[in-house]
Design a protein around this ligand. Structure first.
Ligand code: PGA
Length: 254
């Protein structure tokens, strides 16, 4: 953590929770989060639960994010959701380029770049996910893989707009596996990402962008991760489906 950057912890519920389940979980999170200050807490439910969750967190210290969106404004894109539709529900964040979307649904750095541009043009803050597979790490390619994802995903975006971007470093081998990156492994890559941002848009911008870590974050490993200078928060999957463990992670930022 670095005192100049506000910590951000986001809950990625993935394809979990009916509307009723989402509301029950939000009530519990709301109650436990009421006293927390100085941290951005973002809930990213599935699309179907966005209206109910948006309503339930109105006026609280919780913010809303979506898990994906399309790069076009509107039109014949069956099954897709636009940035304006998300804004209408008071979404302020959107997760883009999650490794599950890249691996299972064919997302590329080019499509991520299109989505980032549309999100920014619609005043949505993108949480852009990058990270290497186990095989890529074994082959010593972590930096080159992450470098391409960051440069192409954020291609042609001005420094003023980059300030609104959050980058989530999520090593693919750590997602949903219980195998968290060590604080040192995560810090190494996140410092590298900050250096890339500096090359792309200058030191000042690079120092202001939040870079969060994702991949099997739990209440047991969060505090150690957050001690690293370039880890500004977390993108939490499994452990965000339970209010107690999610809030324990949120509180570990302090
Ligand atoms: P996990 O998922 O915490 O269950 O590993 C993180 C993510 O995919 O964003």
């Amino acid at each position: 953590m670095n005192a100049n950057r506000k910590p951000l912890v986001a809950a990625n519920w993935k394809m979990n929770n009916s509307v009723a389940e989402a509301l029950a979980l939000v009530e519990e999170i709301k109650r436990q989060a009421a006293e927390i200050k100085g941290i951005e807490i973002v809930l990213c439910p599935p699309f179907t639960a966005l209206p109910a969750v948006s309503n339930a967190i109105s006026g609280t210290n919780l913010d809303l994010g979506a898990q994906n969106m399309h790069w076009e404004k509107a039109g014949a894109f069956t099954g897709e959701i636009s940035a304006a539709m998300l804004r209408e529900l008071y979404c302020h964040y959107v997760i883009l380029g999650h490794s599950e979307r890249r691996t299972l649904f064919g997302e590329t750095d080019a499509s991520v770049n299109g989505k980032v541009k549309t999100a920014l043009a619609s005043s949505l803050r993108p949480i852009v996910c990058v990270g290497e597979t186990h095989a890529q790490r074994q082959a010593g390619k972590t930096e080159s893989v992450v470098s391409v994802q960051v440069r192409e995903g954020l291609n042609d975006i001005g420094a003023d707009q980059l300030a609104a971007v959050v980058i989530a470093y999520e090593p693919v081998w750590a997602i949903g596996t219980g195998k968290t990156a060590t604080p040192r492994q995560a810090q190494e890559v996140q410092a590298f990402i900050r250096k890339l941002l500096e090359e792309m848009a200058g030191a000042r911008l690079a120092q202001s962008v939040r870079i969060i870590y994702g991949g099997s974050v739990t209440p047991d490993n969060a505090r150690e991760l957050f001690r690293e200078p370039d880890i500004d928060g977390a993108l939490v999957g499994g452990a965000s489906l339970n209010a107690e463990s999610f809030l324990a992670i949120v509180k570990s930022t302090g």
